[in-house]
Ligand binder design. Structure first.
Ligand SMILES: *Cc1c(COP(=O)(O)O)cnc(C)c1O
Length: 395
């Protein structure tokens, strides 16, 4: 029989299962097998699968208008941008189709800001080991992961990579006359589900102010309620970025992203300086407005924090009962996981065979990013499935 994947560019290696339906925190295969989804399309399906309000918004918009391009005003963009600026540090928003494009916009806006202020030499974007910012040429250069850069030509100038947690190197890099911005995920996703200590975020803010450089948070994965606050930066008093990249959960499964910025950063981004044909199109905005209304609600976020506590407790108990296989519980809120003593891929497979979908991340982490709507029963089910998989797993 022919491989049904023969014409797919083989940059991914998915398992055999084909999912055809979703409902809340569950996914179903064609033959009706049910899986508890604790990865949610990599922290995307924030409201789970087939959320009624999202379906209604998309259906309704689909019958009216799909696309006009940004040549024309898009009402949904104006509404969503108002809500975003009401609930965050931001004054201006640019809508994109993905996280990568939100990062591209962030990098461009940071450089343009310095250029407009007479400091065209300030081009360096400072990032850290384990960072992931997307897959465009700009984003892989920002991320600096050698595996993702290999074979794709010369490294671009204007990116400085530092060891995670090396505060001396950071001080030196931030004081360089070519420094433009620090770019960091408040909770690293791909790199191993690591939360940046709150005092380090505060120190970065101070460092940026001291040297007149910008602070960019990549909250593509950590944002939209994932850590129990709307944005992970909101856990830290006195820390606001100048620019923030959002995507993943913001569309709940409809592909879009956003680049948020202050008025000062947005000011030089005048007509012609940036653009996107699809960015913020009416379909995306119809869904995005609904997702924002649900997640930005303080009661919803309080419930995320509560269920996060249940999950953290369960993971802690797994670490205690499998000390030979589990190194630590890691992450924050519902962007969490277990750091294991060996490559987590075979653990991921065992979990899937037991009916639980999980992800993996750097540093041997089994990554968990369930929909934000999970309940305590589902958390307990997940914990017992991981427990069974751990018992079977050989390091
Ligand atoms: C997923 C991700 C991106 C890239 O987003 P895409 O939508 O895949 O382009 C960027 N930054 C972080 C932190 C991510 O997790």
């Amino acid at each position: 029989m022919e491989d049904p994947r023969q014409h797919i560019l083989p940059v991914y290696r998915p398992p055999e299962e084909v999912f055809v339906q979703g409902e809340g925190a569950y996914l179903f295969t064609e033959d009706g097998r049910r899986y508890l989804d604790f990865i949610a399309g990599i922290a995307v399906n924030a409201l789970g699968h087939a959320h009624p309000a999202m379906i209604e918004a998309l259906r309704d918009q689909a019958g009216k208008l799909w696309h006009t391009s940004n040549m024309f005003r898009v009402k949904g963009q104006e509404e969503l941008a108002d809500k975003i600026c009401r609930d965050t540090f931001a004054d201006r928003v640019f809508f994109t189709n993905s996280g990568t494009e939100a990062i591209e916009c962030a990098i461009k806006a940071a450089r343009k800001y310095h250029w407009a202020n007479g400091k065209a030499d300030r081009i360096d974007i400072i990032t850290f080991t384990g960072a992931f910012h997307g897959r465009s040429i700009g984003a892989i250069n920002a991320g600096g992961n050698p595996k993702y850069l290999e074979g794709f030509g010369p490294k671009l100038p204007g990116f400085v990579h530092l060891e995670w947690g090396d505060t001396d190197a950071l001080k030196a890099a931030a004081s360089a006359p070519t420094a433009a911005a620090i770019l960091i995920e408040p909770v690293q996703g791909e790199g191993g589900v690591r939360a940046v200590p709150e005092d380090e975020l505060l120190a970065m803010r101070k460092l940026c102010d001291e040297h007149g450089i910008l602070l960019i948070f990549d909250e593509v994965q950590s944002g939209m309620g994932r850590t129990g606050k709307l944005w992970a930066y909101q856990w830290v008093n006195g820390v606001e970025p100048d620019i923030l990249a959002a995507a993943k959960g913001i569309g709940g499964g409809f592909p879009f992203g956003a680049c948020l910025m202050t008025e000062a950063v947005g000011e030089p981004m005048q007509p012609g300086s940036h653009g996107s044909t699809y960015g913020g199109n009416p379909l995306a905005m119809a869904v995005g407005n609904v997702v924002w209304d649900v997640i930005s609600n303080e009661d919803f976020l309080a419930n995320v924090r509560r269920v996060s506590g249940t999950l953290a407790q369960g993971l802690k108990s797994l670490a205690d009962s499998h000390p030979d296989k589990v190194e630590a519980v890691t992450g924050k809120g519902l962007l969490t996981g277990l750091r294991l003593k060996a490559d987590p891929k075979s653990m991921q497979t065992l979990c899937r065979e037991g009916g639980l979908l999980a992800g993996v991340a750097g540093n041997n982490v089994l990554r968990l990013a369930p929909p934000l709507i999970i309940d305590d029963t589902q958390v307990r089910d997940a914990i017992s499935m991981i427990d069974a998989a751990l018992s079977e797993w050989t390091v």
